[in-house]
Design a protein around this ligand. Structure first.
Ligand code: ATP
Ligand code: LTN
Length: 333
C-alpha cells in the first residue's frame, strides 16, 4: 500500500508510573495490532508534557520516561514499523496547542470530567491541567491522524479533538481529518481490583488496585486472589450487582479471546477460588512474553531509538505544521 493511501494512527501514554493491565488491554494491545496491519501508518508518543500537569519528581522523571518507552518496546512496538518518540522533543506539539487554544471556548474545558476528577482527588489546579485536552488534541492533529486507539476514559477528550478539527477547518482551511477513536469492545475500562467501581489506574496509592505489566506470576496470583468481589458465589456478568466478578470476566475474555458468556457458563459454579485461579493464569500467560522482553532491553538502545524517533517526528510534524501556520496567517516572510 502507498504511504498516502494508509490511514494515520496516533496515540500517547503518560510516563506517570507503572504501566498496567488496564492500559494494555484498553489501548496498547491495539497499538501493536495496528502496527502489524499494512493499512496503517502508526505514530506512538510518550506524552511527558502531559505528565507534568500533576505533581511529579523531576529527579525520577527521566527514568520514568525511559521506562515507559521500554515497556512499549517490550509489548511489541517495533521502531522499524512504528514512529516512537518523546513528546517534549518535538516543539510543534506545544505550538499547535497554543493555536488550538485560541479556538477552544473555556466553557468546553469546564465540562471535561478528567480534570475535575483530579481536582477532587486533591491535585492542585493549574493552567496545564486545565488545558490538557487541548494539548492532547494538538498531539493527534499535528500529524493529521485518522484513528486514535485509546481506552474508554479518553472518549470525551477525543470528542473535543474532533470538534477542534472541525472548528479549525471551518474557520481557516481544510487542514485536519476528523479523527476517530478506536476503543475495544471488551476491557475498554478495566476496573480496580480493590474498588471495582473505579478504573484501574497508575495514580491509585494502593498498588494492589492494579496488575503491573512487569508483575511476577506470584504477585499476579496474590493480587487476583485478593481482588474484591461479592458474597454470592455465582460467576455471572452483571456490572451493577457484581462489578468485581464482571471485571475479572472482562479481563479473562480479553486475555483468552473467549466470550464472556462462554466463560461465565464454564465457571458459573465451583466457587470464586477456582475462577480466580483461572483468571490469574490467563493474565500470567498474556504478560509472560512482555516480562521476558523487558529483561533483554538495555537503556542505551532505548535512548537511541527515542533519538531517532524524535528526528523523524520533527520532520513530519514540521511538514504538517507549515500548513497550519499558512492557514492561520502565520506564514513565513
Ligand atoms: P492512569 O490513570 O493509570 O494514570 P491514564 O489514563 O491517566 O492512566 P495513560 O497511562 O497515559 O494514562 O493511559 C494510556 C492508555 O491506557 C490510554 O489510552 C487510556 O485510555 C488507557 N487506559 C488507562 N487506564 C485504563 C483502564 N483502566 N482500562 C482501559 N484502558 C485504560
Ligand atoms: N490523555 C491520554 C494520554 C494522551 C493521548 C494523547 C492519547 C495524551 N495525548 C493523544 C491519545 C492521543 C491519557 O491519559 N491516557
Amino acid at each position: 500500500m502507498t504511504e498516502q493511501a494508509k490511514k494515520t494512527v496516533f496515540s500517547g501514554v503518560q510516563p506517570s508510573g507503572a504501566m498496567h493491565l488496564g492500559g494494555y488491554l484498553g489501548a496498547f494491545r491495539n497499538w501493536v495490532a495496528l502496527q502489524d496491519d499494512d493499512a496503517y501508518d502508526v505514530i506512538y508518543c510518550v506524552v511527558d508534557l502531559h505528565a507534568m500537569t500533576v505533581p511529579y519528581d523531576p529527579a525520577e522523571f527521566h527514568r520514568l520516561r525511559l521506562e515507559t518507552a521500554k515497556v512499549l518496546l517490550a509489548i511489541g512496538i517495533d521502531p522499524d514499523r512504528s514512529l516512537l518518540y518523546m513528546q517534549s522533543q518535538v516543539p510543534q506539539h506545544a505550538e499547535l496547542a497554543w493555536i488550538l487554544g485560541t479556538l477552544t471556548p473555556t466553557g468546553v474545558l469546564n465540562r471535561m470530567t478528567q480534570h475535575k476528577d483530579k481536582l477532587e482527588k486533591g491535585v492542585p489546579a493549574n493552567l496545564g491541567l486545565y488545558s490538557y485536552p487541548v494539548l492532547m488534541a494538538a498531539d493527534i492533529l499535528l500529524y493529521g491522524a485518522d484513528l486514535v486507539p485509546v481506552g474508554e476514559d479518553q472518549k470525551q477528550h477525543l470528542e473535543m479533538a474532533r470538534d477542534l478539527a472541525e472548528r479549525f477547518n471551518n474557520r481557516f482551511a481544510e487542514v485536519f481529518p476528523v479523527p476517530e477513536p478506536l476503543i475495544p469492545k471488551t476491557a475498554a475500562r478495566v476496573m480496580s481490583l480493590v474498588d471495582p467501581t473505579s478504573k484501574m489506574s497508575s495514580s491509585d496509592a494502593n498498588p494492589k488496585n492494579r496488575i503491573n505489566l512487569d508483575d511476577s506470576p506470584d504477585v499476579i496470583r496474590k493480587k487476583v486472589k485478593s481482588a474484591v468481589t461479592d458474597s454470592d458465589p455465582t460467576v455471572r456478568y452483571d456490572t451493577a450487582e457484581k462489578p468485581g466478578i464482571s471485571n475479572l470476566l472482562e479481563i479473562m475474555s480479553s486475555t483468552t479471546g473467549r466470550s464472556i458468556d462462554d466463560l461465565a457458563a464454564e465457571y458459573a459454579t465451583g466457587g470464586y477460588g477456582r475462577f480466580k485461579e483461572a483468571v490469574a493464569e490467563a493474565i500470567i500467560a498474556e504478560l509472560a512474553p512482555i516480562r521476558a522482553s523487558l529483561q533483554n532491553l538495555d537503556d542505551a538502545e532505548v535512548a537511541r531509538i527515542l533519538q531517532k524517533g524524535a528526528l523523524d517526528a520533527r520532520t513530519r510534524a514540521e511538514r504538517h505544521q507549515q500548513k497550519v501556520r499558512d492557514a492561520v496567517g502565520l506564514g513565513r516572510f
